[in-house]
Every structure is written in structure tokens, then in C-alpha cells.
Design a protein around this ligand. Structure first.
Ligand code: ADP
Ligand code: MG
Length: 284
């Protein structure tokens, strides 16, 4: 069918039966597939090598190989597992754990969450982020499409480690958001100052936490420049149903100055966070 990738004689087809298209990014397509031998469901992310080489970055394939080896070592209950990577002359296939429940934000779109439910997802998110940061891996592209929920209602972060890969693919750090919203971008990225991946991830987690509790974005405007200005100035308001403790905690996450922004270690000690945080096996 039209949903099946080209090159039907390539490595993928011996092992996996490719099914329907799950989603489409600027540079990648994600398909559902089935391991023919085991019957296991997987998600296959297909990236065209042509798009990678179009940026003309040198040492590209060796960088990509190094990054893939880091990603394959990530093993955490709240991170989508990378099962294997296959390549043909023209494409790279990332074979990932298939997450059944869909996107977290499809759920929040049906109605904002209670503070307790938000906290539960947020703790799982921070668990995944802390695990990766302690291994020197930063996401840098935490956004709604990358937060999936499994059939048990647990959060799974996708594309951890892939962000470095995206740098090879992207022409512009902001342009990749063409198909989505740049609403998760940290102020220091807008300032083009050079940035710290850990700080940027914490900012995005702050946006996620706000959205879960509010049901809408903290920084939004139909005019893109106006939205950037709000982000840049750290201008947002909390709805009246946010508890004082949540507001206080959010202000530490959505701190426009990355130097003053809360770190993952400090998040773990914050009273709002600690209230719901069970031992989530942080660093292993
Ligand atoms: P990109 O990073 O290129 O934008 P995404 O990661 O957003 O691509 O993937 C596109 C869509 O595919 C996602 O919105 C999600 O619904 C779906 N998807 C991605 N990974 C998985 C997965 N492991 N299991 C199930 N669905 C997935
Ligand atoms: Mg993604």
C-alpha cells in the first residue's frame, strides 16, 4: 500500500511486517510494524539519509553511530526502548518499543488533569529525564508528540537521544517545529546564546506540567513573534485553580534565566514534587 516505505526488498522486510502510518514528522515517518517471528508490535521510525546529508555536516555517519550506541544503552521504564537500528543505502530505521495508549496530550485535550494525576505523570517524566541527564543524554525536544502513554497508564518518553540526531537533520533549530508548535522552546534558545541541554529540558518539563494542570499552554499567541516575546520574557499566568504550592514550583521551572532555573536534583527535593514521588529508581 502507499503507507509502506519504498525499497521493499530491504533488510526491514525480512524481519518486520510494516503496517499503518502512526505519525509523520518533518524528517521522519513512524509506522506500526510486527516482528514476523515473535509477533511483537514495534514502532518503526524511518529517516531518509538524503535529508541527513543535505545539511552537509562532516563526520556525520560516525556521529550518528556514536549517538545510536548511547541510545541503545538507555533502559528505563519511562523511556521508549530502542530495540535496534537498521539501515539501507537510502534510509535509517529505528525499531522502537510500540506504545499502545497514544499521546499524553490527546488525554489532556479531553480535559485538564487533577493536580495529583499531573504530579504522577510529572514524576514519571522527571524520572526519565533524570536518568538520561545522569548519563549525559539530553532530550532537547520534549514536546507533546514525544510523551506517550502505555496501556497501564504510564508515561513513556520517546526520542530520547534522537535530538542530537535531529541536529544533523535540521537546518535551523526552530524551523523543525514547522509542523508543530514552538511553544516548548526555552528563552535561551530564542536568544541564540548557546544553551545547556539540561536546563532546556527542565524548561520543557515546566511547560508540560503547566499544560497538564491547565489544559492549555502557558505561552501562547496566534502571532508567533508575540508568543516568542512572552517566552523570552517569561510572561505567563496561572489559572485560579492552581494551588499556591504548584504556582511556586512552576515558577522555579519556568524561570527565564537558565542560571536560576531549578535543576533536576533540586526538583527531587521540592515539596510539591516530593508529595507524590515514590521511589522511581532514578539512577538505575
Ligand atoms: P518526529 O519526532 O519525527 O516528529 P514523532 O516522534 O512525533 O516523530 O512521531 C510521530 C507520531 O508517531 C507520534 O506523534 C506518535 O503518535 C507516534 N509514535 C512515535 N513513536 C511511537 C511509539 N514508540 N509507539 C507508538 N506510537 C509512536
Ligand atoms: Mg518525536
Amino acid at each position: 500500500t502507499e503507507n509502506v516505505p519504498e525499497n521493499s526488498n530491504d533488510a526491514l522486510f525480512g524481519k518486520y511486517e510494516v503496517g499503518k502510518l502512526l505519525g509523520c514528522g518533518a524528517f521522519a515517518k513512524v509506522y506500526h510494524a510486527r516482528d514476523v517471528q515473535t509477533g511483537q508490535s514495534v514502532a518503526v521510525k524511518v529517516i531518509s539519509k538524503k535529508k541527513i546529508s543535505a545539511t552537509g555536516t562532516s563526520c556525520l555517519m560516525s556521529n550518528i553511530k556514536r549517538e545510536i550506541s548511547i541510545m541503545r544503552r538507555l533502559d528505563h521504564p519511562h523511556i521508549v526502548k530502542l530495540i535496534e537500528v537498521l539501515a539501507t543505502k537510502t534510509k535509517i530505521y529505528f525499531i522502537m518499543e510500540f506504545v499502545k495508549g497514544g499521546e499524553l496530550f490527546a488525554k489532556v485535550a479531553k480535559g485538564r488533569f487533577t493536580e495529583d494525576l499531573s504530579r504522577r505523570y510529572f514524576c514519571q517524566l522527571i524520572s526519565a529525564v533524570g536518568y538520561c541527564h545522569s548519563r549525559g543524554v539530553f532530550h532537547r525536544d520534549l514536546k507533546p508528540e514525544n510523551l506517550l502513554v502505555d496501556e497501564n497508564g504510564n508515561l513513556k518518553v520517546s526520542d530520547f537521544g534522537l535530538s542530537a540526531m535531529n541536529d544533523h537533520i535540521r537546518h535551523d533549530g526552530l524551523l523543525h517545529t514547522l509542523c508543530g508548535t514552538p511553544a516548548y522552546v526555552a528563552p535561551e534558545i530564542l536568544a541564540k546564546k548557546g544553551y545547556d541541554g539540561a536546563k532546556v529540558d527542565v524548561w520543557s518539563c515546566g511547560i508540560v506540567l503547566y499544560v497538564l494542570n491547565a489544559g492549555y499552554l502557558p505561552f501562547n499567541d496566534s502571532n508567533l513573534m508575540a508568543m516568542y516575546k512572552k517566552i523570552y520574557n517569561g510572561e505567563y499566568r496561572c489559572p485560579k485553580w492552581f494551588s499556591p504550592d504548584l504556582k511556586r514550583f512552576l515558577s522555579r521551572l519556568l524561570e527565564k534565566n537558565p542560571e536560576e532555573r531549578i535543576t533536576v536534583d533540586e526538583i527531587l527535593k521540592d515539596p510539591w514534587f516530593k508529595k507524590g514521588y515514590k521511589e522511581l529508581n532514578f539512577y538505575d
